[in-house]
Design a protein around this ligand. Structure first.
Ligand code: FMN
Length: 183
């Protein structure tokens, strides 16, 4: 059975390496997964008052999450954590109270960092967020951590050229597909 994956990328940069990684993963993923790149850069910052307001981008975002079977969270490391854009999207999907769209959807985590550790702190902190009671997503225990992104990972045409990184990402998406298919 085909699984519909909602892909959330935590960078709106025009030259985002996280976006490059996301599209690479979709390209090399095994058959049986379909990818919907969900726009999150346009979502206003959440607060509880938003629950009583009709915000078109929130409605669009929530409908796309509701229609998905699983989630792939792809985040740059920003100051030793995941990006605020990712957190804002997770908060929006978790509310109004009692209407969280995340609960039970299997999740995978990919981090991107300039440092050699590849944003492992961002990935680990994001896994903690996924365990929150209003998010409660079964999350793959492994993550893909893409490091040294300004040191030969991406080529001039905006594609991943590092063979070790390509191999690591291929292994990750195979494992992620197997994980998602358990649910
Ligand atoms: C505000 C900010 C903070 C950053 N902090 C870290 C960090 O703590 N660790 C790290 O490895 N890279 C850090 N970086 C580098 C980013 O991870 C890197 O630029 C990455 O490419 C950003 O993803 P993007 O290209 O998809 O926007 C930081 C970048 C920014 C803009």
């Amino acid at each position: 059975m085909t699984k519909k994956i909602a892909v959330l990328v935590g960078s709106g940069s025009q030259t985002s390496i996280s976006q490059i990684v996301a599209h690479h993963l979709a390209k090399v993923a095994p058959a049986g997964l379909t990818f919907n790149f969900v726009q999150i850069a346009d979502l206003p910052l959440y607060d509880r008052d938003s629950d009583n307001q009709e915000i078109a981008s929130y409605q669009r975002f929530r409908a796309e999450i509701a229609a998905s079977d699983a989630v792939l969270l792809i985040t740059p490391e920003h100051n030793a954590s995941f990006s605020a854009m990712i957190k804002n999207a997770i908060d929006i999907g978790s509310r109004p109270m009692g209407q969280s769209l995340w609960i039970g959807k299997p999740a995978g985590i990919v981090s991107i960092g300039a440092g050699a550790a590849g944003g492992v702190r961002a990935a680990d902190q994001l896994r903690t967020v996924c365990s929150g009671s209003f998010v409660n997503m079964p999350t793959a225990p492994f993550a893909a951590n893409v490091g040294g992104v300004f040191n030969g990972v991406v080529g001039e045409n905006g594609e991943i050229v590092s063979e070790p990184v390509k191999n690591m990402l291929a292994g990750f998406i195979e494992s992620y597909a197997a994980f998602v298919n358990r649910f």
